[in-house]
Design a binder for this molecule. Structure first.
Ligand code: NAD
Ligand code: 89V
Length: 344
């Protein structure tokens, strides 16, 4: 089997998961890493036994020796790094959020398309085992035609200790976490035509909004609510579980605490656990996210080898990012935003 070689850029908090997932996949090997911070380079390089270490992504790409780049830096560096990958005709994975603005993301898609190389956004939440299970129930027709849905993430978890930059960003929960929930809504219910949103900042110690409630009119006629909060103090913390409610013409689906999936339809009611697997390198409560990282990276390898576009390609993810922009615009202006306005 030919082994595909990759280079990872950005050796921070989340890259550790990506490196573990690469190490666990067959047919792929990370041969070089890059970070501006020499200490992060040393930590990740030593932990995963990577000898080739760079502080400058441009120099690393110019030297070459790999088949793709995996960009795991924070959002403000994404456009420059993806454009650099395009310049070197290197297929690239870029972490979410795709870009600070939809205009940047459109330029990144255009650059990669002009270079003729694939771009995948690391939008991993739709790859979570419980979300995949819900998708397959909806596709089976067990609840009939879905007409209403809710994607809900409500938590009081301290995300700022692992990712301190989230406390100082002017945009917080929609851009960082809601983006995943909005992508799940697209994955389950199809694209949305209109967005109405309300936001709040409850935690006075942070710069951005930590609560958002979004109403989506989907092209299919389905209505959904996507609600996210990091200000919700519950007796039992559920981070990082996403809860789902879907009503259909023949029944209903509920995904609740501890990955309990209830499906009610014309053939009766079934309740089962759709918990993620605890991979050898994973730790609770992050194992749900960690497994989805392994699954999306596996998808990338498969699609790259087959010469087919990944499901969460740059072009696909423009529609998820447009929902983020629409939510901020709607919350700011108080009006309902037509997605067509943003995607033109
Ligand atoms: P981090 O700040 O811990 O790590 C980013 C690293 O990138 C830092 O070490 C920094 O020095 C390096 N870096 C920044 N710009 C660079 C450049 N131009 N060249 C080389 N190195 C550079 O951030 P993080 O928490 O690991 O987040 C990284 C990205 O991952 C963010 O976009 C975040 O939203 C995303 N993330 C995704 C998930 C998920 O489930 N998909 C979870 C957490 C974070
Ligand atoms: O997925 C993310 O980007 C993370 C977290 C799940 C903690 O919000 O920031």
């Amino acid at each position: 089997m030919t082994v595909m070689k990759g280079a990872l850029i950005g050796c921070g908090f989340f890259a550790v998961n990506q490196m573990h997932a690469w190490a666990g996949l067959e047919g792929v090997e990370i041969v070089a890493i890059c970070d501006r911070d020499p200490e992060r380079l040393r930590i990740i390089g030593d932990q995963f036994g990577i000898g080739r270490r760079h502080q400058d992504a441009e120099a690393m790409m110019a030297e070459g020796g790999f088949d793709f780049v995996d960009i795991a830096t924070t959002v403000n560096s994404h456009r420059a790094l993806v454009e650099l990958a395009a310049l070197h005709r290197l297929p690239a994975i870029c972490q979410k959020p795709f870009a600070p603005t939809l205009a940047d993301a459109k330029a990144m898609v255009a650059a990669m398309e002009a270079a003729g190389v694939p771009l995948m956004i690391h939008e991993n939440f739709r790859w979570q085992t419980p979300i995949l299970a819900a998708k397959s129930v909806l596709a089976s027709g067990a609840i009939g035609e879905p007409f209403w849905g809710r994607v809900s993430f409500r938590s009081g978890y301290d995300v700022f200790s692992g990712q301190p930059y989230l406390a100082t960003s002017k945009r917080f929960i929609i851009e960082d976490l809601g983006i995943h929930s909005l992508d799940i809504a697209r994955y389950l219910f199809g694209d949305a035509a209109r967005m109405t949103a309300r936001t709040r900042r409850v935690n006075p110690a942070i710069a951005g909004e930590d609560v958002a409630t979004m109403l989506l009119d989907h092209e299919s006629g389905l209505t959904s609510i996507v609600d996210v909060s990091y200000a919700t103090k519950l007796p039992e913390e559920s981070f990082p579980e996403t809860f789902l409610e879907v009503d259909g013409t023949e029944g209903a689906l509920r995904l609740g605490k501890n990955y309990r999936l209830t499906v009610h339809g014309s053939k009766g009611t079934k309740v089962r656990e759709v918990a993620p697997h605890l991979l050898s390198w994973a730790s609770r409560p992050w194992h749900n996210i960690q497994e989805s990282v392994a699954l999306i990276q596996h998808h990338w390898v498969e699609r790259l080898q087959a010469g087919r576009e990944p499901d969460t390609s740059g072009r696909d993810n423009l529609r998820t990012l447009a929902l983020v922009e629409a939510a901020y615009l709607s919350a700011e202006t108080g009006r309902t935003v037509d997605l067509g306005e943003l995607l033109r």
